[in-house]
Design a protein around this ligand. Structure first.
Ligand code: PMT
Length: 370
């Protein structure tokens, strides 16, 4: 792979490394100041911004991150980032205190929400002598992420995709709830993969501890009823719906207004009532051209139960996972699934949830074309 590399430096960066070093390595002029009269073109920042397939800020200081998060363009680097339409990757490197500073974290959040790829720093020995978070990620990892941006399949451009992920929580009293072990990892991996393939992604998420993928629209829900309400509002405009969430089938008939007290040794009884079936309800309103995918989390007779759900919920595909198998199901980074459609089934070996996500999207796109 040959890359044509152009290096832009802030004036501060030139205090650490002489631009000539980069000019020797890249064979291209290293650009520093927008008003350098030796530039070939007066609008060099725009021409470079147009030429780039990917723009990488590595290492990115707290200062430059703050500038691009707030639209400040006062030097060659920040004007180029502002003008480019190419994907932007930011790999921060700074002192731990600076990295953890609320302003920096807010700026990182802002950039992520805009679709900027952030390669988070790692912990290690820092230039200031401290040990902690803020060390530039390994260069090979940064290069790999840049390659992902450059060579990602873009076969979902123009498609609207809604993904559900994570558990629901059904309150028993003001402090307790019924829930399950869904971490959101499976659904988040699908949302991220679809976004990277160019889709416009809405992610309906129950309460989880992981961060939303960059560039997706996050719509939170807590209860199964809330998931149904949000999803019903949004489902019509989607091309693809993938339901990896684990909404509770039951909720308490009555939520105690105060914290429930112990019963002095007596058994405690709760009456549960059935929640709506979100997938089945949405399935009834499916319009032609839409592809709906569900999951089946099973512990026995996996394929039979999954097939039953495929038909009952009017789905085009169901992803069956036997959640009793090690390396499959809840809260792990891998999954073992069988993709079931009306016409057939494909059992996949254990693979990362990121890879499972790609396979589900491949299949869903094929169904759309049928
Ligand atoms: O989140 P992770 O930790 O990564 O774990 C992933 C997972 C195990 C949660 C995921 O792979 C998975 O199997 N998700 C579906 C969980 C589930 O609720 O399965 P189910 O067989 O009970 O439901 C079948 C389908 O109907 C699912 O698409 C579910 O979203 C939907 N459903 C279920 C109940 C309900 N009341 N309404 C629904 O729409």
């Amino acid at each position: 792979l040959h890359a044509d590399v152009h290096v832009l430096m802030t004036e501060n960066a030139t205090n650490f490394i002489n631009p000539i070093t980069f000019e020797t390595l890249t064979g291209n002029k290293c650009l520093v100041d927008t008003f350098d009269r030796n530039f070939q073109y007066s609008v060099e920042h725009v021409s470079l911004a147009k030429k780039a397939d990917v723009v990488m800020l590595a290492p990115a200081s707290a200062n430059v991150i703050g500038k691009i998060a707030h639209g400040i363009a006062d030097d060659m680097l920040s004007t180029t980032v502002m003008a480019t339409r190419a994907p932007v990757l930011v790999a921060p490197a700074m002192n731990t205190g600076m990295w953890e500073n609320a302003a920096v974290q807010q700026n990182i959040k802002t950039l992520r929400a805009r679709g900027v790829e952030i390669v988070a720093p790692v912990s290690g020995h820092l230039a200031c002598g401290d040990n902690g978070a803020g060390k530039l990620e390994d260069v090979a990892v940064i290069a790999e992420r840049a390659c992902e941006l450059l060579f990602a399949k873009k076969d979902m451009e123009g498609l609207r995709v809604m993904v559900t992920a994570g558990p629901s929580r059904e309150a028993l009293d003001p402090v307790r709830y019924i829930s399950n072990r869904s971490s959101g990892k499976m659904g988040y991996a699908i949302a991220q993969a679809a976004q990277k393939r160019g889709a416009e992604v809405t992610l309906l998420s129950g309460p989880v501890a992981i961060e939303a993928p960059q560039g997706v629209k996050l719509v939170p829900f807590t209860t199964t009823q809330e998931l149904l309400d949000r999803a019903s509002e949004l489902a019509r405009e989607q091309d693809l719906l993938i339901q990896a969430a684990a909404p509770a089938d039951y909720r308490a008939k009555e939520v105690a207004p105060q914290k429930i007290k112990k019963q002095g040794g007596e058994p405690m009884t709760f009456t549960l009532v059935e929640n709506p079936d979100v997938a089945a309800t949405l399935g009834k309103a499916k319009r032609s051209g839409q592809v709906f995918v569900g999951f089946a989390a099973e512990t026995n007779d996996v394929l039979a139960h999954a097939r039953d759900k495929l038909a009952r919920k009017n789905l085009d595909m169901i992803v069956a996972n036997d959640v009793t198998r090690p390396g499959a199901g809840f809260d792990v980074d891998t999954n073992i699934v069988t993709l079931i459609t009306k016409d057939g089934q494909e059992a996949l070996p254990m693979m990362s949830k990121a890879e499972v996500a790609q396979r589900i999207l491949d299949r869903a796109l094929a169904l759309r074309r049928e």
